[in-house]
Design a protein around this ligand. Structure first.
Ligand code: APR
Length: 307
């Protein structure tokens, strides 16, 4: 198993470190355009392996030649959000970056599965899909796991219970237009409505929706990376170990939920082949309308791109 992480910034380097710590690959390549950055961070992570006792080889590079034959490529390249900047404002800059990165990756690793983390997530995943020419099951976006994790964190904080016992599902586009399925949110299998009133649930949903900007406002010079990298690595692990996990990911819809030709967050079965199935859970009219609106937002942003 060879895994390439493109972008040796906060998300990329932390993703690489988590993959090494979990020993999910024999070989990891960390790529960036900045000279020395991936080499330095790669060597630093490598020097942690005798202490952690993991045998993953990791090195940093500025050359895509070193990425040849990767099984999985995680794209985190791009600029991060600054305070006052929306994900959409990132779109133009990051679309150019993701396009160039995808072309370089595809030339060296035509069989890879691509996981996109760069924002705005759903649009960037579409860019990687179009530019790669890969079948849709091999191009997947990381968003739903992160949005769900934020939502689960806030519910656990509110109730003072373990995060492990909160099950939840968030659909739709990343962040502002996410669609949390409150009906399917349970605490140890018990519906959340048995524990919290609607006003409190709404408050927690809104905090999850704004989860990204809450971190940006604290950090001031960048955006979240611990939870985003953990989410990306959960996807990597599901693929590497062929776990067939059911996880909310940005996937290419072809009629599911009445949606077509876009990327949007839906529950998928994730295994060695990538997206092995999109699960269609029954939605109320209101949930369906929110998901359709979210997908329409993604589509209108895609339409602004010159691909
Ligand atoms: N090829 C390779 N690397 C690139 C390229 C490129 N064409 N353009 C930029 N990069 C690198 C930068 O040099 C930088 O090291 O991408 C890295 C981005 O790192 P950070 O600025 O630390 O940003 P990070 O917090 O990691 O976020 C990266 O993930 O969550 C999303 O919104 C976030 O789009 C952003 C991405």
């Amino acid at each position: 198993m060879k895994i390439t992480v493109v972008g040796a910034g906060n998300v990329g380097a932390t993703t690489a470190q988590r993959i090494v710590d979990k020993e999910l690959a024999n070989e990891i390549v960390l790529v960036d355009i900045v000279e020395g950055l991936p080499q330095g961070k790669g060597l630093d992570i490598c020097e942690s392996t005798p202490i952690e006792g993991t045998d993953t080889r990791i090195r940093g590079t500025n050359s895509y030649d070193d990425t040849s034959g990767s099984d999985i490529v995680v794209i985190t390249a791009g600029i991060a959000r600054k305070p006052g900047m929306t994900r959409e404002q990132l779109q133009e800059t990051n679309a150019g970056i993701v396009k160039g990165v995808t072309e370089a990756i595809v030339a060296k690793s035509p069989q890879a599965i691509i996981i996109v983390v760069s924002n705005p997530l759903d649009v960037m995943t579409y860019v990687a899909y179009k530019v790669s020419g890969f079948e849709p099951r091999r191009v997947i976006g990381m968003a739903g796991i992160l949005d769900t994790a934020r939502y689960r964190t806030f519910i656990a904080m509110e109730l003072g219970v373990s995060v492990e016992d909160i099950q939840a599902l968030v659909l739709g586009g990343h962040g502002d237009s996410m669609v949390p399925l409150v009906r399917y949110t349970t605490i140890a299998g018990i519906p959340i409505t048995e524990f919290l009133d609607q006003a409190t649930i709404n408050k927690l949903v809104q905090r999850a929706r704004d989860g990204g900007i809450e971190i940006v406002n604290y950090l001031k010079t960048g955006s979240a990376y611990y939870a985003p990298s953990a989410a990306a690595v959960q996807m990597v692990e599901a693929i590497v170990k062929d776990k067939k996990r059911i996880l909310p990911c940005a996937a290419y819809v072809q009629g599911e939920y009445g949606l077509r030709d876009t990327y949007v967050g839906v529950p998928v079965k994730l295994g060695r082949k990538g997206v092995e199935q999109i699960l269609e859970v029954p939605l109320t009219a209101e949930e369906k309308a929110a998901l359709t609106k979210s997908a329409d937002d993604v589509k209108s942003n895609i339409a602004k791109l010159k691909l």
